[in-house]
Structure formats: structure tokens, C-alpha cells
Design a binder for this molecule. Structure first.
Ligand SMILES: CC(C)(COP(=O)(O)OP(=O)(O)OC[C@H]1O[C@@H](n2cnc3c(N)ncnc32)[C@H](O)[C@@H]1OP(=O)(O)O)[C@@H](O)C(=O)NCCC(=O)NCCS
Length: 409
């Protein structure tokens, strides 16, 4: 019901890029006005409202349209892909002995993101209508689960999904963000970094990470996407080198005692961010740190990057490793990724890892820019659905790690 009991008709339909861009951008802008006197983060989707889902195997954006003027008052994006939800053990065909190896159990998972309702049209049931229509599309396309991520403090969003739509709180990974300094980070000379081509990266990820929760079965299309800037392997100096790297299969048959890997995704070409609301004093201080850092790069000063005008980011994904020195090797890889982000003109480098990720100690980040608990809520779409050896995924305990898909950042 609308004002004074007049029935307001809200139509939810698919986004049309030919006529809806202006209306959708207008809602985005109105949603992003933060509380006055406080810092707020603005996102610019670079004139492509569908950019945050378009790299997934199946995706859609819906808009809510209202009244005779057909004003756009809300929107929602969603995508579907196949991911690992658990593992089971099968007999190892390679060895004759009675050994068992873990293999992934996959499920078709839908993801909801970018739900927005214009501030002047909230609490009218529009958000709920958008979620319900999106879930219909998910079911029509065979998705078995749906999940969404939100800030733990976002009461409206948490309540909408948990109270009204049947989602349950599932995982609380951390978003770790590090500034890109004006200096290049010095890299340890005890570490060798080897860039893997996408096919070697695929072999390594499938052999070592395919049983990690949320691992995308189409990892090859992630690695071959033009936004994926590369996969980097760190090993102790003197073990393997760029010249004698034998390919991932042979490497994993004879790995060094410790190694680590990560991949870099160029989110800078998808969207830009901007912090607004900072006082003049804060901006001047930040600028001063950069000037000093640029003038004396050998001091390796932790300067504040230019965050008060639009800046881009690189996202680190597929972070993993093994062995007693893995944390140090991850640290070296993060330094390497920092320098790559600096060369590309990014403001920050970000990643998202499980709250229990053993390698997170090697990931440099600033607490102020990071989010300790990103809340992921999940729902089973079909009541009778159950994956054999995993059971109901929504009730399963978390693993040590998760694989965060860079296509949905
Ligand atoms: C979250 C958001 C989409 C909700 O849209 P909406 O159209 O106002 O939501 P609805 O009217 O459909 O509300 C449905 C239910 O959600 C919950 N809810 C919505 N807003 C709420 C609020 N401000 N406080 C507490 N509960 C709230 C209530 O349970 C509500 O049911 P009720 O009105 O019967 O109590 C909207 O507040 C928004 O655009 N926020 C900014 C962007 C954002 O945070 N998006 C979510 C990211 S995933």
C-alpha cells in the first residue's frame, strides 16, 4: 500500500540496458548518501550497472518500476555458478594401495548482490519483492542454494534476508585491505616468484584447492578472463626458478617443503571507489605522507594513498600454500602484488579470506580500511534438496579456508 491507502503497483522486470541505465544510476547515487559528518564509501560502476555479475556463467539484473511514470525505484543483481560445497573420499586410482583421496562435491549456487531500494521508497515491500522474484529466476535455472553478503551492521538487509526470506547466517570471512604506497615494497631475496600460465594455474588450483568451500568449478574461465592479471607462485630461493619450473603437475609431485600461490584480479576496470566526507585536515595529512614517501622511497614509509578521489583496486584471489614457511611466502607474494598494483595506478589491494584462514597472518592490511566480519547468509532453495555426503550445506561447519570468486567482488 502507498501513501493514504492508495494501492501502488510495483512491477519487477529484467533490466534493459537501452533505457534503464540513467534510472538505475540515479537510485545507486541516492542510496550512497552517507550520514553527514561521517566518512562514506562511494562506488562508481563505470556506466555498466551489470558489471559486478556479468563475468559469471549465468546472471541477471532486475529492476522495480513504479507508478505511471514507470520510475525505477530499486534493483537487484544475481548470478549462478557451480561451486564446491564439501568433499567426499574416493579410492585413489593412481596407487594400488587402499588409499583414499578427497574429491569435491559440487552444487549449483546462486548469489544475490547489489540490492538497492531508493531511500524514498523503503519499507514498502519493494526489497522483498525483488528478492522473491530473483529467487524464482534462480529456481527456474536450477540453483540449489542462494547466498548473499552484507555488512553485519546493516540491520535492514540482515533482517530482510533472515526474518523475511529464510536465510541463515553462514560464514563471516574478513575483507583485508592494504593501501598502495608511493614506494615499491622491497621483496625478500630468499624468495623466488614464478608466474604461472593459466593452464598451469588451473592444474595447481584443481589439484590443491578444488575441495575448498566455494571453489568455482569453472576456475579455467576465471583464470582465462582478461581481468585476471596472473597467478604467482612463491618458492624458497634455490628450489625452483622461472627457467626450471617443470609445470604444475610435476611441481606438485615434488613440491618444495614450503610454497604459496595467489592470483590477481583487475577490479579497477570494473568499478572505482571513493571515500567522501573526509575533513580538509585529514586530506592534507594524507597528501603530506604521500609527498614524503615519494621523496624518500627507501624509507618505505606507510603513506596514505589518494582515496579521496576515484581509485581502483586489485583483488587477490586463490590464495593458498603449504609448509612451515607458507606465511612468509604469502607475505612476499602480497609485496609482489602491491608493486603490480602500484604500476597499474591502484589505490588499494584487497582480498577476502575465511576467519580461520591459517595464512592470513602473511597478508598485510590496514585495520581501518578492512572489514573483520563480512556476513554471508545462505538459504536452501529446494526444500527436499540434499547433497549425498555433505547433507544440508547450510548446516555444515566451516572449513579452514574459503575460495572467494573475484567475479563477484
Ligand atoms: C535493504 C533494503 C534493500 C531493504 O529494502 P526495502 O524495500 O526497504 O525492504 P522491504 O520494505 O521489502 O522490507 C522487508 C523487510 O525487511 C526488514 N527491513 C527492511 N528495512 C528495515 C529497517 N530499516 N530496519 C529493520 N528491518 C528492516 C523488515 O523485516 C521488513 O519487513 P516489515 O516492513 O514488514 O517489517 C534497503 O534498505 C536498501 O536499499 N538499503 C541500502 C542498500 C543495502 O544495504 N542493500 C543490501 C545489500 S545486500
Amino acid at each position: 500500500m502507498g501513501v493514504e491507502g492508495v494501492e501502488v503497483v510495483v512491477v519487477v522486470r529484467e533490466f534493459d540496458s537501452k533505457k534503464d541505465v540513467v534510472g538505475v544510476e540515479d537510485v545507486e547515487r541516492r542510496c550512497e548518501v552517507g550520514p553527514s559528518g561521517k566518512l562514506s564509501l562511494f562506488t562508481d560502476l563505470l556506466c555498466d550497472p551489470i558489471c559486478r555479475v556479468r563475468h559469471s556463467p549465468a546472471f541477471i539484473m532486475l529492476v522495480a518500476e513504479m507508478g505511471e511514470e514507470k520510475e525505477i525505484v530499486g534493483m537487484i543483481r544475481g548470478c549462478i555458478k557451480t561451486v564446491t560445497c564439501g568433499k567426499k573420499f574416493t579410492r585413489n586410482a593412481k596407487t594400488n594401495a587402499e588409499t583414499f583421496k578427497p574429491v569435491p562435491v559440487y552444487t549449483k549456487l546462486a548469489y544475490i548482490l547489489g540490492l538497492r531500494v531508493s531511500p524514498s521508497h523503503r519499507r514498502m515491500g519493494i526489497g522483498l519483492k525483488l528478492v522473491r522474484r530473483m529467487e524464482e529466476w534462480f529456481r527456474e535455472n536450477g540453483a540449489e542454494y542462494s547466498y548473499m553478503a552484507t555488512d553485519n551492521d546493516n540491520l535492514a538487509s540482515v533482517k530482510l534476508f533472515t526474518d523475511k526470506c529464510g536465510y541463515v547466517k553462514f560464514r563471516t570471512p574478513s575483507i583485508l585491505v592494504n593501501p598502495v604506497f608511493a614506494h615499491r615494497v622491497r621483496l625478500s631475496d630468499r624468495v623466488t616468484v614464478i608466474q604461472l600460465d593459466p593452464s598451469d594455474a588451473e592444474v595447481l588450483y584443481r589439484r590443491r584447492f578444488s575441495t575448498t568451500e566455494f571453489f568455482p568449478r569453472d576456475i579455467d574461465s576465471v583464470l582465462n578472463n582478461k581481468l585476471s592479471l596472473g597467478t604467482f607462485l612463491a618458492v624458497p630461493r634455490g628450489t625452483y626458478s622461472v627457467q626450471n619450473f617443470p609445470g604444475s603437475d610435476r611441481f606438485l609431485d615434488h613440491p618444495p617443503e614450503s610454497w604459496a600461490v595467489l592470483s590477481v584480479w583487475n577490479s579497477k576496470d570494473v568499478f572505482t571507489l571513493e571515500i567522501r566526507g573526509a575533513s580538509r585536515v585529514k586530506r592534507a595529512l594524507a597528501k603530506t605522507t604521500r609527498i614524503v614517501d615519494r621523496a624518500f622511497p627507501w624509507l618505505q614509509l606507510p603513506s596514505v594513498p589518494e582515496l579521496f578521489r576515484p581509485f581502483g583496486l586489485h583483488f587477490l584471489y586463490g590464495l593458498g600454500g603449504e609448509g612451515p614457511r607458507a606465511v612468509n611466502l604469502v607475505k612476499a607474494l602480497c609485496g609482489y602484488a602491491h608493486n603490480l598494483a602500484k604500476a597499474c595506478g591502484c589505490g588499494v589491494v584487497a582480498t577476502e579470506v575465511s576467519s580461520s584462514e591459517p595464512l592470513r597472518l602473511g597478508i598485510p592490511h590496514w585495520k581501518k580500511l578492512s572489514c573483520a566480519e563480512d556476513l554471508w547468509c545462505i538459504k536452501k532453495l529446494g526444500e527436499d534438496y540434499c547433497d549425498g555426503s555433505v547433507g544440508d550445506w547450510t548446516k555444515s561447519p566451516p572449513g579452514w579456508s574459503i575460495f572467494v570468486d573475484p567475479r563477484e567482488v
